[in-house]
Ligand binder design. Structure first.
Ligand SMILES: [Zn+2]
Length: 95
């Protein structure tokens, strides 16, 4: 186990049975200015980031892998919805 002093950012909970699956798409934020407003701990192979760009928000998933990380994003939506998805993601309600 990793101690709390080493991990300052949250981890996603183990996914609960029977909960939702998010749709993950290829990255479209590449040419947009994106601000990352929340993120999960990078000690895990999969890191999630809540991103905001021009009044829209989405969640970016990075699977740290060799030789290159695999990055995907949820559909862009209003920030309130993205925060709801983010909360569910951290709680293990969706993945
Ligand atoms: Zn950690």
């Amino acid at each position: 186990m990793i101690s709390l002093d080493e991990c300052l950012s949250p981890h996603v909970a183990v996914m609960r049975r029977g909960r939702g699956r998010l749709e993950w798409h290829a990255v479209r934020s590449g040419r947009h200015r994106v601000r990352v407003v929340a993120w999960t701990c990078s000690c895990r192979a999969t890191v999630y980031e809540l991103c905001v760009s021009g009044g829209r928000a989405f969640i970016r998933r990075t699977v740290q892998a060799e030789p290159v990380a695999v990055i995907s994003e949820t559909a862009w939506g209003v920030p309130r919805e993205a925060w709801e998805i983010w909360a569910a993601l951290l709680a293990g309600g969706v993945r």
